[in-house]
Design a protein around this ligand. Structure first.
Ligand code: NAP
Length: 242
């Protein structure tokens, strides 16, 4: 049985990605940082509904020691990590004048350095097996700029796209590395947005709605599957059309 590590799986998109892989008979590693209760609830749900094993690991993806320990723990239990989904991410939206260097660092450290660190330590084991799959979650914000309030987040997501392209070369031919750029998704990340802004953004989307997390998880699963065996270094936009 294969094993998938989903970073930031306690809530939102990561939770749906973990469920999608559980449905498809993967052993699941649920990584979380703060939301212990949510991570444990997901563990319980998966164990009650699917015949797969689950490992819950608290680790801050921006902390090298914690990431290294997380990968060791996964290998000790499952003896391999076949798929990694670098999903953990944060946004701290504010007007330009209120942006701080500390918050800018925090966003880059989590979204970009976190993706680098997890890829670095996981690919070590994947290369030993000459097999593996990495899917990075960027955002359409990493391609186009819509919203100067999130210029720090957008820069981190542009970095994830660049990292994906380099990793797909560096880790070839054994590991496929791809990137998904979702548009708006109905998750906690958007719960503070005001109603008028949501309406304005919804009107720009051809499908006239935000995505449900499982609609993005389905695409992530496709990229990890053999159906996508020739997809490598791709940046896949999933935004309902614009
Ligand atoms: P969310 O509901 O806020 O969930 C974020 C997840 O990331 C949580 O599970 C959180 O875990 C985890 N996380 C944050 N910092 C972490 C850290 N340092 N180490 C480990 N885990 C950490 O957000 P979401 O909407 O599901 O976002 C998931 C991904 O999709 C992110 O990369 C985001 O940028 C991207 N995305 C989202 C949208 C959108 O509209 N929502 C659009 C495009 C792309 P804890 O709560 O346990 O700390």
């Amino acid at each position: 049985m294969k094993t998938v590590l989903v970073t930031g799986a306690s809530r939102g998109l990561g939770r749906s990605i973990a469920l999608k892989f559980a449905e498809n008979n993967y052993n699941i590693v649920i990584n979380y940082n703060n939301s212990k209760d949510e991570a444990q609830e997901l563990e319980k749900y998966i164990k009650n509904n699917y015949k797969v094993e689950v490992l819950v690991i608290k680790a801050d993806v921006s902390n090298e020691i914690e990431v290294k320990n997380m990968l060791n723990e996964i290998i000790n239990k499952f003896n391999s990590v076949d798929v990694v989904v670098n999903n953990a991410g944060i946004a701290i939206d504010t007007i330009f004048e209120d942006k701080t260097i500390d918050n800018f660092h925090k966003i880059l450290d989590t979204n970009l350095i976190g993706t680098f660190l997890v890829s670095k330590y996981a690919s070590k084991y994947m290369l030993e097996k000459k097999e593996g799959n990495i899917i990075n979650i960027s955002s359409t914000n990493g391609i186009d700029t819509y919203y100067p309030y999130s210029m720090d987040y957008d820069a981190s997501k542009a970095g994830v796209i660049s990292l994906t392209k380099n990793l797909s070369k560096e880790l070839s031919p054994y590991i496929r590395v791809n990137c998904v750029c979702p548009g708006w998704i109905n998750t906690d990340m958007n719960k503070e947005l005001d109603k008028d802004y949501i309406e304005e953004e919804t009107n720009k989307i051809n499908l006239k709605r935000f995505a449900e997390p499982m609609e993005i998880a389905n695409v992530v699963y496709f990229l990890a599957s053999d159906e996508a065996s020739y997809v490598n270094g791709s940046i896949l936009i999933v935004d309902g059309g614009k």
